[in-house]
Design a protein around this ligand. Structure first.
Ligand code: GTP
Ligand code: MG
Length: 196
């Protein structure tokens, strides 16, 4: 089902500043520049809800968006961005990990991977970490518009192989913030996890 209303609520530097745990939430995680903020805009059908940029490291806090008064979408800072000073990077890593582990109302983690590249070591660490902590997650293969149908299928296959080698069974959805591919599936997934 399409989402109707989307409003910005707050930017939280760490879990302490997040809104009260009241309604379900879904977060967008992944390396800097994979397209987390762009996908949130596409899913909510708002061009400028979340700020996007060509330059990695744009989103620096956990940004909360309230959807249809029912749940939050949370745009996370990207990880693995080399140009951010190490101290800052470590703090983000720590804050985000704490958020992912401790946020009781978090229903599902949407982990984005650029469909043009194989999952990196960091992506794989993240898969392993989430699975070992029994955190529900899905993999979104972004920027699918940049690949031919054939290449996209290969990329999807590769991600599924990597996951299956780790004995991890999660949804994998190719998507694009440009064409809207995958948006319906992502919306359905969110709606499904609202019930859990
Ligand atoms: P950080 O906030 O830095 O972690 O990045 P992000 O993951 O939020 O990425 P963002 O949405 O800012 O997008 C990064 C760049 O990729 C921008 O230039 C977007 O226009 C572009 N982009 C995002 N999604 C897509 C997509 O599906 N297709 C194409 N072609 N470009 C995209
Ligand atoms: Mg962003």
């Amino acid at each position: 089902m399409a989402f109707k209303k989307a409003t910005f609520i707050t930017s939280a530097p760490s879990i302490r500043e997040c809104p009260e745990e009241s309604i379900p939430e879904f977060c967008f995680a992944g390396r800097s520049n994979v397209g987390k903020s762009s996908l949130i805009n596409k899913i909510t059908n708002k061009k400028r809800l979340a700020r996007t940029s060509n330059t990695p490291g744009k989103t620096q806090q956990m940004n909360y968006y309230l959807i249809d008064e029912e749940f939050y979408l949370v745009d996370l800072p990207g990880f693995g961005f080399a140009k951010v000073p190490k101290k800052e990077r470590d703090r983000w890593g720590k804050d985000i990990k704490q958020y992912l582990l401790q946020r009781n109302t978090l229903r599902l983690i949407l982990h984005l991977v650029d469909s043009r590249h194989n999952p990196t070591g960091l992506d794989q660490e993240f898969f392993y970490w989430m699975a070992s902590k029994q955190k529900p997650f899905a993999v979104l293969l972004t920027k699918s518009d940049k690949l031919s149908t054939n290449k996209l299928a290969q990329s999807e296959k590769k991600v599924r192989e990597v996951l299956s080698e780790m004995n991890i069974e999660v949804p994998v959805i190719p998507c694009s913030a440009d064409t809207g591919k995958g948006v319906k599936e992502i919306q359905s997934l969110i709606t499904e996890f609202m019930e859990y």
